[in-house]
Design a protein around this ligand. Structure first.
Ligand code: DQA
Length: 144
């Protein structure tokens, strides 16, 4: 089984980017954390990062027939990308939205997610652990 792990814009800079908000764990370390948990279940994680909306959409489309689900941190696209929302809705795969910071406790523009309504769960505010929790939430739905 394959699960997509998608990181949106600026998340390639994790570790050096606003560490007081996003922590010191790098994106590669997060990928490894999720891969390790997934391996114990025989699941393959296909990780991808892009700073471009269309590339994220192309990646979702390209894997729509082979993946069992999606873990996505859309970064700032969370708050306004109807195109990513439509891609997630359109491929009919269960998706979990994850955030390092607690977006509900931040600036008003971050409190709104246009992606959340097309996801099976949202995990926010646990730092790098949000991704591991997100993986577990996704598995619950896939294995149901
Ligand atoms: C984020 C929250 C977003 O508001 C922000 O634009 C990000 C990271 C998070 O993981 O906390 O890039 O998605």
């Amino acid at each position: 089984m394959q699960i997509l792990l998608i990181h949106g814009p600026n998340l390639n800079l994790l570790g050096e980017r606003e560490p007081d908000v996003y922590g010191s764990t790098t994106m590669e370390q997060i990928n490894e954390m999720v891969r390790k948990v997934a391996e114990t279940r025989g699941i393959t994680i296909i990780a991808f990062q892009s700073n471009h909306e269309g590339s994220i959409i192309d990646f979702i489309h390209a894997h729509r027939k082979t993946a069992a689900g999606i873990i996505i941190n859309p970064g700032a696209y969370t708050h306004y990308s109807y195109a990513i929302r439509d891609a997630v809705a359109g491929v009919n795969l269960p998706a979990v939205e994850v955030h390092l910071s607690d977006i509900k406790k931040r600036e008003p523009f971050r409190q709104i997610s246009v992606i959340e309504p097309v996801c099976v769960a949202q995990v926010s505010g646990l730092g790098a652990q949000s991704y591991v929790k997100g993986f577990e939430e996704l598995l619950k739905v896939i294995e149901k």
